[in-house]
Design a binder for this molecule. Structure first.
Ligand code: PAF
Length: 290
């Protein structure tokens, strides 16, 4: 596995690989890798000849009160996991290389990024779009893989890729969960044992919404209040938001007639966790005429 730190070396390498006819896959991450990230590497591997995993804790997507300084880091462990997972290139630039002094250009998506996490974390998606656009320009992937756990991020990146004509296929990797259902996240490492146990309310709330939906409930309000009840039963939980939105437009819905995304963000102690589920009615099987 090759480790690249310099942005120009990354771009030259990607250009040379493309010239040699290689299909390039990219998995953007902020490191502190877990099995969820490695499943994205496996998806990239299936679709490309050369897989680059990018490891960059992107300062522009953190707000001033957020956890940039204490975001978990362990480069040696991450590099080992990448090697074992068959990553070809680990691109781990330093911030001064990624953002030139006085950098003043950003990429903004203006519709899908305004609600949900975008409302709770102003400027977050501008930072995400900017760094992902830069990573696309440096790694020149044919295909890039993102986790479905970050539901809004995935939709914003798809929209940006389409709107700015990046020739990159965006692939979504399903959310990987711990045995008890907690969605895998680098931030889970912040939780103490008691918080870790209480964090299960996120999945329990989503399961309850899915259960009510399967039983025929289509109004958003009762789903939301059932979820709220579960979340607030955990003393360490503080609701950031529960959103029930159209899966395509991310506009809030009152009834779940089209595929709907239920997304939630909850603080467990000081740690903000997110999770989501997409609910869609199963297609009606057409009646066969006798
Ligand atoms: O999902 C993440 O880890 C980050 O938001 C991403 C896409 C790597 C951009 O920094």
């Amino acid at each position: 596995m090759r480790i690249i730190r310099s942005v120009s070396e990354m771009q030259q390498t990607a250009l040379a690989l493309r010239a040699a006819g290689k299909r390039l896959g990219c998995v953007p991450t902020m490191g502190f890798l877990h099995a969820g990230h490695l499943s994205l590497v496996a998806l990239a591997r299936e679709r490309s000849d050369v897989v680059t995993l990018t490891l960059f804790i992107n300062p522009t997507q953190f707000g001033p009160q957020e956890d940039l300084a204490k975001y978990p880091r362990d480069f040696e462990r991450d590099a080992g996991l990448c090697r074992d997972a068959g990553v070809d290139i680990l691109f781990a630039p330093v911030a001064a290389e990624m953002y030139a002094a006085g950098a003043s250009s950003y990429v903004t998506e203006e519709k899908l990024s305004t609600g949900l996490c975008g409302a709770a974390r102003p400027g977050h998606f501008r930072g995400v779009c900017t760094v992902v656009a830069k990573l696309f320009n440096l790694c020149l992937p044919h295909v890039a893989v993102f986790g479905a756990k970050d539901a809004q991020q995935l939709r914003v990146i798809r929209r940006m890729t389409r709107d700015l004509n990046f020739p990159v296929a965006i692939v979504a990797g399903p959310t990987l969960r711990e045995a008890d259902g907690l969605a895998m996240s680098s931030r889970n490492t912040y939780l103490n044992a008691d918080e870790r146990r209480q964090a299960l309310v996120l999945k329990r709330a989503l399961d309850e919404a899915a259960h009510l939906f399967d039983a025929g409930e289509r109004a958003a309000a009762p789903l939301k209040s059932a979820m709220e009840k579960i979340i607030t039963s955990a003393p360490a939980a503080k609701m950031d938001y529960i959103a029930i939105v159209d899966d395509e437009t991310l506009a809030p819905v009152e009834r779940l007639e089209r595929p709907a995304l239920i997304a939630l963000a909850v603080f467990i102690g000081q740690t903000r966790l997110i999770d989501n589920v997409v609910l869609r009615s199963s297609p009606v099987t057409p009646k066969v005429r006798p």
